[in-house]
Design a protein around this ligand. Structure first.
Ligand SMILES: [Zn+2]
Length: 453
């Protein structure tokens, strides 16, 4: 008989909300354990948020005892941890103690089976990638402007004015937005009624604007970067409480996938080998089995006779052909890539750093001596030039070339990924490719090059 620990958590502000009660979690877990004939024990953290691992006494106690349990159970991942990376840290502790974990209300958090572990690792690897991308973006694109809170795009946002490159609340527009949110709640999320209200109160705006306003996190002070899963704080002022915003989110119609929107598995990864631009998917609706093809948009422009952007790669490639090719040649492509995958690092050696600090001190002292009239201007100038030159020379960095660490991909490829892959849902297939592949370059129905993450 399996011995499992059931973990439940609710934070203070969640306690008020429906569906988050400790009792509901306990009931679901108890039912699950009974159905599976597990012996179980509860660990409950009440009134504590997921971010404070150390303050969660029950969690700590449970982890300390994890060597006696076969499995940790919880309803959803967000009960256990803030995100999948935190869950991965917890999982490391569990692994050392031969303990697994499983979310009973979510299919893809389950380390008790080989397939589940595979998908969990995919999620971790995707989340790590997202973090890497975030820091890159912030370092290279937004760093300076963002630190000053400056608006980086010129577009106005409803509810705000841009004053001296900063978002300032526009009081009447902000009031209008708050009233829209309240109206939406009053009519219990009825989109038809809300749209009627909207066109009366927001002149010249259409349905798209309405649905955008109803989900815009800017209104609670979280500015979302365009098409990225990154939110900036301290960038845009909030115009309503999180509570009001959240109520609207709970009522908002859930996204439905339209019939014409066929799920793809390579979207965003396919690039034109000729012009290096991203290739876009086209869905062929004529047949029953909808065929996804990728094409280079620049070749399309070429055919239309627009000379400024032209590309001769005018053949489309079928998604299933790409998939088949990759499954058969993944190892080959990976090894080909590995040979050339190097990174260049610029470094200042640590001994140089020491010398630079000493010289900088000397420069400061020199300035004091000169200011105190202990040396004349000529001496000061001469020594100053000498020291700063020496500093500059020491600051010359070495460029070191290292092999890229691709062990995370090797780990995936050394598992029986093809068997597992064939059992994955389309969404998880997509995650699989996203987690290992950076770009797939295609030219005239042929895969020319694959780069890895
Ligand atoms: Zn092209």
């Amino acid at each position: 008989m399996k011995y499992v620990a059931c973990y439940c958590r609710v934070s203070t502000d969640e306690q008020a909300k429906f569906g988050f009660s400790i009792q509901a979690q306990k009931d679901a877990l108890e039912k699950y354990c009974k159905e599976n004939k597990y012996k179980y024990e509860f660990y409950v953290d009440e009134g504590i948020s997921a971010s404070s691992m150390k303050k969660r006494k029950a969690l700590q106690e449970m982890l300390n005892k994890s060597n006696v349990f076969d499995m940790i159970l919880f309803t959803k991942l967000d009960r256990l941890s803030r995100n999948v990376l935190d869950a991965n840290n917890i999982n490391k502790i569990l692994q050392e103690n031969n303990c697994t974990m499983k979310a009973i209300d979510e299919d893809d958090i389950d380390t008790s089976t080989a397939d589940g572990t595979f998908i969990f690792n995919l999620k971790v690897s995707l989340a790590q990638r997202e973090i890497g991308k975030t820091s890159e973006r912030i370092n290279f694109v937004f760093k300076n402007k963002r630190e000053k809170g400056e608006v980086t795009s010129g577009t106005k946002k409803y509810g705000y004015d841009i004053v001296d490159k900063h978002f300032k609340i526009n009081p009447s527009e902000a009031e209008n937005i708050v009233n829209l949110y309240k109206y939406f709640i009053n009519v219990n999320g009825d989109m038809k009624k809300t749209y009627k209200y909207f066109i009366q109160h927001f002149e010249g705006k259409g349905y798209d604007a309405l649905s955008n306003y109803l989900k815009d996190t800017s209104y609670i002070g979280k500015y979302k970067l365009y098409r990225k899963n990154v939110y900036l704080d301290n960038y845009i002022p909030a115009i309503m409480s999180t509570d009001l915003w959240q109520k609207v989110q709970d009522l908002r119609p859930k996204k439905t996938i339209s019939k014409n929107n066929v799920e793809d598995i390579f979207s965003g990864l396919i690039y034109c080998y000729n012009c290096k631009s991203r290739m876009y998917k086209k869905v062929d609706n004529r047949t029953k089995n909808k065929v996804i093809r990728y094409c280079c948009n620049n070749s399309y422009l070429y055919e239309k006779g627009k000379e400024e952007k032209k590309c001769i790669n005018n053949a489309t490639i079928r998604e299933e052909d790409i998939e088949q090719y990759l499954l058969e040649n993944l190892f080959k492509e990976f090894n080909k890539y590995k040979l050339n995958a190097k990174i260049e690092k610029e470094i200042v050696t640590s001994s140089n750093l020491q010398k630079i600090k000493q010289l900088e001190k000397k420069v400061l002292k020199l300035k004091d001596l000169y200011l105190d009239d202990l040396i004349d201007k000529e001496t000061y100038k001469k020594d100053y030039t000498k020291y700063t030159k020496e500093i500059e020379n020491l600051k010359q960095t070495k460029i070191i070339t290292e092999n890229r660490d691709l062990s995370h991909i090797e780990k995936l490829l050394n598992s029986n990924y093809i068997d597992i892959y064939n059992k994955l849902t389309t969404t998880n297939k997509k995650k699989f490719w996203l987690s290992i592949i950076d770009k797939i370059y295609v030219y005239r129905r042929q895969i020319k090059e694959v780069t890895f993450k």
